[in-house]
Write a protein that binds this ligand. Sequence first.
Ligand SMILES: NC(=O)C1=CN([C@@H]2O[C@H](COP(=O)(O)OP(=O)(O)OC[C@H]3O[C@@H](n4cnc5c(N)ncnc54)[C@H](OP(=O)(O)O)[C@@H]3O)[C@@H](O)[C@H]2O)C=CC1
Ligand SMILES: O=C(CO)COP(=O)(O)O
Length: 303
Amino acid sequence: MKIGIIGAGKWGTALHFALLQKNEVYITSRHKHNLTNFVSLEEILTLEYLILVLPAQVIREWLQAHPLSPHHKVMLASKGIDIKTKKFLNQILEEYLPLNHLAFLSGPSFAAEVSKGLPTAVVVNSTNENLAKKYAAAFPDFMKAYISDDIVGAEIAGAYKNVIAIAGGICDGLQLGNNARAALLARGLVEMDRFAERFGAKKETFLGLSGAGDLFLTASSKLSRNYRVGLGLAQGKKVEEILKELGEVAEGVYTARAIYEIAKEYAIYTPIANEVYRILQGKDPKQSIIDLLERNENDSSNC
Ligand SMILES: NC(=O)C1=CN([C@@H]2O[C@H](COP(=O)(O)OP(=O)(O)OC[C@H]3O[C@@H](n4cnc5c(N)ncnc54)[C@H](OP(=O)(O)O)[C@@H]3O)[C@@H](O)[C@H]2O)C=CC1
Ligand SMILES: O=C(CO)COP(=O)(O)O
């Protein structure tokens, strides 16, 4: 299969390495990168099967500036929510391409480990089963690719887990212990699922790779940029300083705000995401822990 990757950041480069095992893969980016088959955007756009791997906040403007043609099929590999429009990334892509030309990648997949050929399992989500199978078949043997049609579930899970990962980093940075982290992740998963249910997601997506799988990975490892943002916040650093030190995208910083605003609009109970948002706005993390430990009548469900 011939594939064109747009975005040579950490994840785009890792996917390029992985997919090259079985396919003819081309890659492009804003800046020139020293990679096999690095070509111009014009050349990439002559291909039918594309993978878009840009930070979530630039997807909308990129699509506006670079119109795709009706023959393109796109698999989105980014994880986030557009904060300006408060739209999930699938909703944004659906404005530019027919739904049956779209697929969405989810699941536990640190770029650093994929780049070393270490095993993992991912999910290709699409309402077009043939398209999902086509992209899934392109993955190398060390990446087991499942397929699903729960696009909205995968998109929300991939975005939300980054916010809980920031909370995980705060929890460990404050040395609150293993019990606290397990409680946080379990309640985080219930919260993600409750939020997503409102938008028609399937529960099983949250029990599988896209939900629990990616959440447990990201919210407990220093390989995660979002977790490292949490560690920095626990040390009392300002978010601007942490992001500057990081030098890569930490989607949870923007997604926390999007979830806070969407949850308010739809009256969804999202206590952990709300506290992450408030900490990013300058609230003392220790006060957030005290507030989260207070009993609330909404907490009695799915405990
Ligand atoms: N890293 C990982 O382990 C994983 C990441 N993801 C998701 O993939 C997405 C990308 O992450 P990742 O690759 O790690 O991020 P990086 O920060 O490593 O790279 C993002 C790349 O996007 C390009 N870019 C940035 N701004 C613009 C813009 N305005 N227009 C065009 N291109 C731009 C840059 O390319 P250039 O250098 O050429 O300018 C940059 O290198 C995120 O949503 C992330 O959550 C998903 C799974 C795993
Ligand atoms: O989504 C990821 C792994 O599946 C990467 O997480 P971070 O962006 O927090 O590094």
